[in-house]
Design a protein around this ligand. Structure first.
Ligand code: C2O
Ligand code: CU
Length: 494
């Protein structure tokens, strides 16, 4: 600890020189090496590589891919095979990556033994592409196909996952990253690294635990798998060079687990999250992500050359029993190469102009997140599970303010489909979000503008066990000038 502190206080160039083994006499006026003049260590992200899909379309602004959901054996516990549910046979599924303005065409085939759909979490897609079963499309049966077409309108870090029997299907491995780049982003943010976090419940033979493991308590608490994965691997290694920045795009693709990421001797510069950049960068110690949420942050390696460190999962309070008797867990090994340190780049303080939503004429609503425990656990919004819920009727172009109240013993990550919202809280750096934590015994207020894309959209708790237990609802945005769309009756997907 003492040595590390001393090292951090030294000018980086002296440390650089010592690490390179040069004589003190040579250090009088050496030109500092700037991070922009060096590259990441060779093979820095090899262990974290995710498959990329083959692009079938020659147009550089169109990504056209095939995606097949199927069961495939993957090695997670060394020496065993796990029959995971996958996209294209890999865990996670392929990383879909484009730039703002691109179009993505997905030829999807369902080769699972059950029906499924794909939801493009966070993307402002056309309503009929949202993957909400019973609302925007019928579930795609086993053996069925569906063509999704998405416009990448907003830079940011997103992901895709099924929306039928979602806790079970996501828990078995169905998820992938979807990144929308903004070519105008400052280079100072560093080299891009996507970290898709997930967990799995496995036995020693590598077999998946049943999707209903833990019974009612599993529904109530939310099912956390004991095996922690980063980009589909247990404790992979990332190579870094002191001072050479990396832009981490972190995605929480678990069913129920909250992440608090900590790295000894380091802080992070948070850039934003769900919908790309926030208004300002923020120097933080804990990177916290609820299920479904994303974080975008600059990591500046500060460990001595030739040393090891570990990014850890630290228990986070999310209600009853969530931190009791639990210790931290290693997630990602960080190896600082022996190359001389470099001088990091300055991260801009102001990142993006975010105009507050005008709420002066907004419709107010209260959404009370509720749990009823009888013979089984039934969750809901305003006391009603999704299979009995009536939609909120919303006129196209209107703005709403929702007070989201949580008097239950658990925290709930609230997620809205189709629209970004702003949390009305002066203590937060302004940003656009699609998923926000509503801590146990608390409430918060969000503002949403239903300005386009009429249709039926869902909202729910992103602890997927809670969603499936009823904590979901939907709304219908109607265009008064258009013929009224027929509302499909919600279905239960158990
Ligand atoms: Cu990522 Cu409806 O969810
Ligand atoms: Cu919940």
């Amino acid at each position: 600890m003492f040595l590390l502190r001393v090292h951090r206080a030294w000018p980086a160039l002296v440390a650089a020189c010592l690490a390179a083994g040069c004589e003190p006499a040579d250090t009088e006026n050496p030109a500092p090496i700037a991070a922009r003049d060096v590259s990441q260590p060779a093979g820095w992200n090899d262990d974290l590589a995710m498959p990329v899909p083959q692009d079938l379309n020659p147009d550089p602004n169109v990504l056209e891919i095939e995606l097949e959901a199927r069961i495939a054996d993957v090695e997670i516990v060394p020496g065993t095979k796990t029959p995971a549910w996958t996209y294209n046979g890999t865990l996670p599924g392929p990383m879909i990556r484009g730039k703002v303005g691109d179009r993505v065409i997905v030829h999807f085939k369902n080769s699972l033994p059950e029906a499924t759909t794909i939801h493009w979490h966070g993307l402002r897609v056309a309503n009929e592409m949202d993957g909400a079963p019973g609302y925007t499309q019928e579930p795609i049966p086993s053996g069925g196909e569906f063509r999704y077409e998405l416009e990448l309108r907003d830079a940011g870090t997103y992901w895709y996952h099924p929306h039928t029997d979602s806790s079970a299907q996501v828990g078995r491995g169905l998820y992938g990253a979807l990144i929308v780049e903004d070519p105008a982003d400052p280079k100072a943010f560093g080299d891009d690294l996507v970290l898709l976090l997930s967990d799995m419940g496995l036995n020693e033979q590598g077999e998946l635990l049943p999707a209903d493991s833990g019974g009612n308590f599993g529904d109530l608490f939310g099912r956390e798998g004991a095996v922690l994965l980063v980009n589909g691997k247990v404790l992979p290694t990332l190579k870094v060079r002191n001072g050479k920045q990396q832009r981490w795009r972190v995605i929480n693709a678990t069913r129920a687990r909250y992440y608090n990421l900590r790295l000894r001797n380091h802080r992070f510069m948070r850039l934003g999250g769900d919908n790309g950049l926030a208004a300002r960068s923020e120097d933080i110690y804990n990177l916290i992500l609820t299920p479904g949420e994303r974080a975008d942050a600059v990591f500046t390696p500060a460990d001595l050359p030739g040393t090891q460190n570990v990014l850890r999962w630290v228990p986070t309070e999310r209600g009853y029993g969530s931190t009791y008797n639990r210790s931290s867990e290693p997630l990602l090994a960080i190896e600082t190469v022996t190359d001389a340190p470099v001088v990091p780049e300055a991260i801009p303080a102001e990142l993006r102009k975010i105009e507050p939503i005008d709420v002066s004429a907004a419709t107010q609503r209260t959404l009370d997140l509720t749990i009823a425990i009888a013979s089984n656990v039934e969750m809901g919004v305003n006391g009603v599970p999704y299979w009995q819920a009536k939609p909120f009727e919303i006129a196209l172009g209107s703005t709403e303010v929702w007070r989201i109240v949580n008097n239950t013993d658990f925290s709930h990550p609230f997620h809205l489909h189709g629209y970004f919202f702003q949390v009305l809280d002066e203590n937060r750096v302004p940003e656009w979000k699609d998923t926000v934590n509503v801590p146990t015994k608390s409430e918060l207020t969000i503002a949403v503008r239903f300005d386009e894309r009429p249709g039926t959209w869902m909202f729910h708790c992103h602890i997927l066990d809670h969603a499936e237990a009823g904590m979901m609802g939907h709304l219908v945005v109607r265009d008064p000038s258009a013929p009224q769309p027929a509302v499909t009756a919600p279905h239960a997907h158990h």
